[in-house]
Write a protein that binds this ligand. Structure first.
Ligand SMILES: Nc1ncnc2c1ncn2[C@@H]1O[C@H](COP(=O)(O)OP(=O)(O)OP(=O)(O)O)[C@@H](O)[C@H]1O
Ligand SMILES: [Mg+2]
Length: 496
């Protein structure tokens, strides 16, 4: 890619980017939220047309006018939000648009064989090609998308934050898939904010900053620190949260209490006390029931038995009652329950409490925008201004707005499900500081319950951590007494 330029109105998303991907290697594409990574890859995959610049593929000019044309030339993109047809089978999805035919009808046997062959090449022939994609786990869906790239003999495979909804074992299996793709001679371009993954999976890296390629090289000759410095344009002292925050304020009264709580399916058994002034972490594997626990507290999941008491109200409550009581939740899925993508940043930040922006009985749009501008500054949202629709922001910046909305709502209890998913390294540190201030400082102490799959995050941010293992919540322990190995052992049922 040479000198690529892409504008969105006043935003210059790509400012003359150059990039080189080589056959048989994984290239990590890194950069802060809003640096232009997804935009650049959409240009490569034919989903966006550049304003200027040119591309070459295997030495020949390459200017796809649609994703289909890109695919025909051998460029496949696995999206941040997967794009599969849920009602169709695995085989149909793998060969979508190129179903083998016989006398004008789909040749099912050949369809199944070819899909199975693609999966086998990836070492995953055990997946039943007749299963409906809608019934698959996230990691399996991703496998289907990658199998599709293999079936189309893709020369270039782009993965945009592929591990953000995967558990630890699935990440390891994805690493194997990347090796298979490389061995087949594909050039893999891998976007991620997780330094551990970048250095484990990629041979080379390219850093984007403000729509420009500012650094590139081989991973073996670089370090996470160097990469982050190139991303943000300065030295960053601390990459992981500072454990020194723990115990900064003594924990106060019990604000929520669960006793042998049991949900419809999950959790199976949860006992917990949450205190004012503390950040309590919930570790565990994907699917262990951590999200269901938060949802039960928020009134979004049915409670079958056990005691549930939040502030002065006991028993299961409707979500709006919880909200009025001062309980807020950041869901792990921005799309389904999170943000109104068509509305502005200001509207999204203000919606939960529009009454605050009334003056003399009339709605004051200016006050709403000023408040939004403050939050944009505080969590460093990269955007054109408070009026920009949320849908135009990069993935990580949408996540920052979602978190800001909850903190701005001034709740007493914040339930956070994977709060830094998709957020870049530097912004993560800022979010930790915000959560710290929210819970432990301020005029009154508040409480945070945070679910995260990133163990260094929990260890650095939380006062106490409890592990959820197959629906059962283990007693919380002081974070200072824990480490990654102990937490993992407990999460996988290997004992404390
Ligand atoms: N459709 C659009 N309309 C307006 N602006 C857009 C649009 N798509 C992207 N942008 C802007 O282009 C810039 C680059 O966005 P992009 O999504 O490429 O970032 P990114 O590097 O992928 O970030 P992240 O790590 O958060 O995913 C951002 O400022 C974003 O707001
Ligand atoms: Mg992106």
């Amino acid at each position: 890619m040479h000198g690529l330029v892409k504008r969105f109105g006043a935003t210059l998303a790509l400012d003359g980017v150059a990039l080189e991907a080589r056959a048989g290697e994984v290239l990590a594409l890194v950069g802060e939220n809003g640096a232009g990574k997804s935009t650049l890859m959409k240009v490569l995959a034919g989903a966006l047309e550049p304003d200027a610049g040119r591309m070459e593929l295997d030495g020949a000019p390459y200017a796809p006018r649609s994703p289909l044309e890109a695919r025909e030339r051998g460029v496949a993109m696995i999206h941040q939000e997967l794009a599969l047809a849920p009602h169709l089978s695995v085989a149909e999805n793998v060969l979508l648009g190129a179903e083998p035919q016989r006398i004008g009808l789909v040749d099912w046997r050949s369809l199944h064989e070819r899909a199975h062959a693609a999966l086998t090449q990836l070492g995953r022939g055990e997946l039943d090609v007749r299963r409906r994609v809608g019934d698959l786990a996230p990691a399996e869906r991703q496998l289907v998308e990658i199998a599709r790239a293999v079936a189309f003999e893709a020369r270039v495979v782009v993965l945009d934050e592929p591990t953000s909804s995967l558990g630890r074992e699935d990440v390891a299996r994805l690493a194997e898939l990347l090796v298979r793709l490389r061995e087949r001679g594909a050039a893999v371009i891998y976007i991620s904010h997780v330094m551990e993954e970048i250095f484990a999976f990629a041979q080379r890296y390219c850093v984007l900053r403000d729509g420009r390629s500012v650094a590139s090289g081989t991973c073996a000759d670089s370090s996470p620190r160097e990469l982050v410095a190139a991303m943000v344009g300065r030295e960053v002292a601390q990459l992981t949260p500072r454990p020194a925050q723990q115990g900064a304020a003594p924990a106060g009264e019990v604000i929520a209490r669960l006793n042998s709580l049991r949900g419809q399916r999950l959790p199976r058994e949860a006992t917990l006390e949450l205190r004012r002034g503390e950040v309590l972490g919930i570790a565990g594997l994907v699917g262990a029931g951590r999200t269901e626990l938060l949802r039960a507290l928020m009134g979004l999941e049915r409670v079958v038995s056990g005691e549930l008491r939040v502030l002065e109200l006991s028993g299961a409550r409707a979500p709006h009652e919880r909200w009025e009581q001062g309980v807020g939740m950041l869901s792990e899925d921005r799309k389904s329950e999170g943000l109104a993508l068509g509305l502005s940043i200001a509207a999204n930040l203000g919606l939960p409490h529009l009454e605050r922006f009334a003056r003399a009985g009339r709605f004051d749009a200016g006050a709403l925008e000023r408040s939004a501008a403050e939050w944009i500054e505080r969590v460093r949202v990269k955007c054109a201004g408070p009026r920009q629709p949320i849908g135009e922001l990069s993935g990580g910046n949408q996540q920052k707005v979602a978190l800001a909305r909850l903190l701005a709502a001034d709740v007493d209890i914040a339930l956070l499900d994977e709060p830094t998913r998709g957020v870049d390294v530097a912004a993560k540190a800022e979010i930790y500081a915000l959560i710290d201030r929210f819970a432990r400082r301020g005029e009154r102490q508040r409480a945070v319950l945070v679910v995260s799959s990133y163990l260094p995050e929990l260890l650095g941010l939380c006062d106490r951590i409890a592990v959820m293992e197959r629906g059962v919540l283990h007693p919380a322990r002081a974070a200072a007494e824990l480490d990654e190995r102990t937490l993992l052992a407990q999460a996988t049922g290997g004992g404390a």
